[in-house]
Design a protein around this ligand. Structure first.
Ligand SMILES: [Fe+2]
Length: 135
């Protein structure tokens, strides 16, 4: 049965509507990239899709980093650095005009390992702090 929050399986919900939507959009952009066949792809389309994936990631990080400024989150600095590290990985393959398989490897790493762990460790804590601030 699909989860009620509409999030894809494996992506934990933060209970923050905008951040969940951003994570979902990221997931969909990643899925789109993974539909390309390694042996039969149009590089311009793959790069366009990768550019979209990169923009959505940046938008999510910027949104969360603005939210960090609205509360006291002891993990904020670590959280920012985690964003920076993954952004560098995403940018590195983009800037180096890397091979299709390099791009896909980064997308898979982000979606399967990095994002779910990152949400659990940092995004959840940020939302708790934000919610606490409102009460
Ligand atoms: Fe984050």
């Amino acid at each position: 049965m699909p989860p009620d929050d509409g999030l894809p399986q494996g992506l934990p919900s933060t209970s923050h509507a905008i951040i969940d939507l951003q994570h979902q959009a990221l997931f969909e952009a990643a899925q789109q990239l993974l539909t390309h066949d390694v042996n039969d792809h149009d590089r311009a389309t793959v790069l366009d899709d990768y550019r979209q994936f990169r923009c959505l990631t940046l938008a999510n990080f910027q949104y969360e980093e603005l939210a960090m400024e609205q509360c006291t989150d002891p993990l904020a600095e670590e959280h920012r650095k985690a964003h920076q590290r993954i952004q560098e990985q995403i940018d590195d393959v983009f800037n180096d005009a890397a091979s299709f398989s390099d791009l896909i490897a980064v997308v898979r790493t982000v979606m399967n390992n990095w994002l779910p762990n990152h949400i659990d460790r940092y995004d959840m804590a940020l939302i708790e702090r934000l919610e606490g601030q409102r009460e």
